[in-house]
Design a protein around this ligand. Structure first.
Ligand code: ADP
Length: 308
């Protein structure tokens, strides 16, 4: 196990931030950590990183106790903190050299620059980088000493969709290199697409833990089905096992818990009414449906962006 946590509790005076949390994380793959503000994500990852002591329970990261073996852990763990500040006067390459000097052994800078798509920016001043490029720099610096485990705190926070995709690509590359990546995010769609395992925290406890597919199976949301047909057939009983909800322009909108049966049945009823299908769109339940079910609020928006 790369991470072994047993009955981990953390209290700040009268706030119980973590309430006896246990989890094992095996080597390799991307684990997504989700949860609303105040769920305990930062407390959890900072205990793993050795930045905060636990109140009780046991923690092993790469077989080490983060509190008693901090320097050995630092050599084998890569950490990207939220909104890392870099000396802005330095170039990208100089920043790599500076951070590299902290470690006894590092990867070749050009290799890391290529891995985070910053080769062309090596002579650029850090101050001139875009938000996405700065985040890629932060990830590059976190991987410079070739750590086995990476802990990334909201690496795509505040980035536009293209820049976020760039980060996703980098995380997939790191995963392909055999790294274990623990990544927290406010973007549910990104965790759904990226993570091999999703852990949802609420009020200091794990409320869901599984592969995205396992969690989707738990999502109670129904699928929405839109169809457009070429004739004025009565929409009410056209799709077996689905409830007609209304029209969106030319599209008829249905809700169903069993989209396969609905689509197969639609084929038969179109045939018998001699109608032709012009368009069909299906939206299945997402991780967000389960999340809202568990947390009771929607946080697709990054709260920090809202505050900004
Ligand atoms: P998240 O990262 O999921 O937003 P945090 O770990 O930051 O959650 O916070 C969990 C709870 O612990 C919150 O109620 C927060 O107010 C409290 N907390 C976090 N850090 C401290 C601290 N240094 N002192 C006191 N309370 C804290």
């Amino acid at each position: 196990m790369v991470i072994e946590v047993r009955e981990l509790a953390k209290s700040y005076e009268n706030v119980h931030a973590l309430k006896g949390l246990s989890i094992d994380i095996a080597a390799g793959g991307i684990v997504g950590l989700l949860g609303p503000n105040g769920a305990g994500k930062t407390t959890f990852v900072e205990i793993l990183e050795g930045l905060r002591p636990a109140t009780s329970g046991s923690v092993r990261v790469l077989g080490l106790d983060p509190q008693t073996s901090p320097s050995e852990l630092r050599r084998r763990l890569g950490v990207q903190l939220q909104q890392t500040e870099f000396p802005e006067a330095l170039t990208v390459e100089e920043t790599f050299r500076l951070f590299g000097s902290f470690y006894p052994r590092t990867l070749d800078t050009s290799q890391v620059l290529a891995a985070v798509d910053l080769t062309e920016k090596r002579k650029a001043a850090v101050v001139s980088l875009s938000g996405g490029q700065k985040q890629r720099l932060a990830i590059g610096l976190a991987t410079l000493h070739d750590p086995e485990l990476l802990i990334l705190d909201e690496p795509t926070s505040g980035l536009d969709p293209i820049a976020r995709r760039g980060i996703h690509e980098i995380l997939r590359r790191l995963k392909a290199m055999g790294k274990t990546i623990l990544v927290s995010s406010h973007y549910l769609d990104e965790i759904e697409a990226l993570a091999d395992r999703v852990v949802i925290l609420r009020a200091g406890e794990i409320v869901a833990d599984g592969t995205p597919l396992e969690l989707l199976a738990r999502a109670e949301g129904a699928s929405t089905l839109w169809i457009e047909i070429d004739s004025a057939v009565e929409p009410e009983n056209l799709v077996p096992g689905a409830r007609f909800e209304g029209r969106d322009g030319a599209l008829l909108r249905y809700r169903t818990k069993d989209s396969t049966t609905a689509i197969v049945g639609l084929g038969a009823s179109l045939k018998s009414s001699n109608a032709r299908l012009l368009d069909l769109r299906l939206k299945r339940p997402t991780l967000e449906d389960l999340y809202v079910q568990l947390i009771g609020e929607s946080v697709t928006q990054n709260p920090r962006e809202e505050a900004a």
